[in-house]
Design a protein around this ligand. Structure first.
Ligand code: IPM
Ligand code: MG
Length: 354
């Protein structure tokens, strides 16, 4: 099994190093893996003048899975848009056809007091957000900033989805729901946006093939509200690219910290890219402060979804749980009476638990 390792920018290098330590343990225990590093994001731009160098895309295409850290940093924000780190990330998602983004928001009991919500609101929380990742306003044409005849500037982005794009992400969500509590909530803005009116119609069609799954619909504004009011009502949430981007950040805070939220981005054949849901956190980069658990948990998702190795996936998740039970906490999830550690020591705690 070949894994492309793309640390990227900011805290990317530190958190990926911890995840690699975890993979090394599994390898020394007999897991057959091979890792090869590549540049992406600002690191790609600095080294090769492109946020997604051709060599990196080729490496990712030739690999079974990709482990990614994070991209972006203030020093790149004034570059031409095509050269910016974020564009590299969008291009690799599109280039590998990773249309299904799974973002599980799971509350570890030990972190109930780290959430900004009351423990009784979040305890037992287990939501799977299924975000469409290669369509919507992120990729729709036309787009751009232009100057009108009267000299005023205008910005344009286009929200668009084809039926088949909605159908394939719908199937992913329903398939996952069949293995969970058999509830899918499709989030749209069908009262205003035609694109999402079509989304809703197609979801209803997909649901006919899954008679055991209960489908509900929710407008995105209400979903944002319900997520903080009564998040445990959700099992699987399926939504488009932009709504999924926003709601998954919101859901992550229910779990105590976005530093806990892993993700998997899959193609039709379960080839995948695995990355924490959070960004490159330039403000704390290089200071051994970042929480590596989202990245380590992303490795667990890699083993589960791409390598179909449930035993190793569970082993990693249990090691993370054990590190938390033992009281290890990075700054983002630290509460009184727990043991505050850095990124590296948190990685070591997981390795020791493994
Ligand atoms: C995410 C991030 C990215 C996105 C950015 C960095 C382009 O916010 O993975 O959620 O918007 O998809
Ligand atoms: Mg985001």
């Amino acid at each position: 099994m070949k894994i492309a390792v793309l640390p990227g920018d900011g805290i990317g290098t530190e958190i990926v190093a911890q995840a690699v330590k975890v993979l090394e343990v599994l390898r020394s225990d007999g897991l057959k893996i091979e890792m090869e590093y590549g540049n992406i994001g600002g690191a790609g731009y600095d080294a090769e003048g492109d946020p997604l160098p051709e060599s990196t895309l080729a490496l990712a295409q030739a690999s079974d899975a990709v482990l990614l850290g994070a991209v972006g940093g203030p020093q790149y924000d004034t570059l031409d848009r095509p050269l910016r780190p974020e564009r590299g990330l969008l291009r690799i998602r599109k280039g590998l056809n990773l249309f299904a983004n799974l973002r599980p928001a799971l509350l570890y009991p030990e972190l109930a007091s780290a959430s900004t919500l009351k423990p009784e609101v979040v305890s037992g929380l287990d939501i799977m957000i299924v975000r469409e990742l290669t369509g919507d306003i992120y990729f729709g044409q036309p787009r751009g900033i232009s100057t009108l005849a009267n000299g005023e500037r205008e910005g344009i982005n286009t929200m668009r989805y084809t039926e088949s794009e909605v159908r394939r992400i719908g199937r992913v969500a329903f398939d996952i729901a069949m293995k969970r509590n058999k509830k899918v909530c499709s989030v749209d803005k069908a009262n205003v946006l035609e694109t999402t009116e079509l989304w809703r119609q197609v979801m209803i069609e997909v649901a006919r093939d899954y008679p055991e799954v209960e489908l509900s619909h929710m407008y995105v504004d209400n979903a944002a509200m319900q997520l903080v009011r009564a998040p445990k009502q959700f099992d699987v949430v399926v939504t488009g690219n932009i709504f999924g981007d926003i709601l998954s950040d919101e859901a992550s805070m229910l779990t105590g910290s976005i530093g806990m939220l892993p993700s998997a981005s899959l193609d039709e054949n379960n080839k995948g890219m695995y990355e924490p849901s959070h960004g490159s956190a330039p403000d704390i980069a290089g200071r051994d402060l970042a929480n590596p658990l989202a990245t380590i948990l992303s490795v667990a998702m890699m083993l589960r979804y791409t390598f179909a190795d449930e035993a190793s996936a569970t082993r990693i998740e249990n090691a993370v749980k054990q590190a938390l039970v033992q009281g290890y906490r990075t700054g983002d999830i630290h509460t009184e009476g727990t043991n505050r550690v850095g990124c590296n020591a948190m990685g070591d705690a997981v390795v020791a638990a493994l």
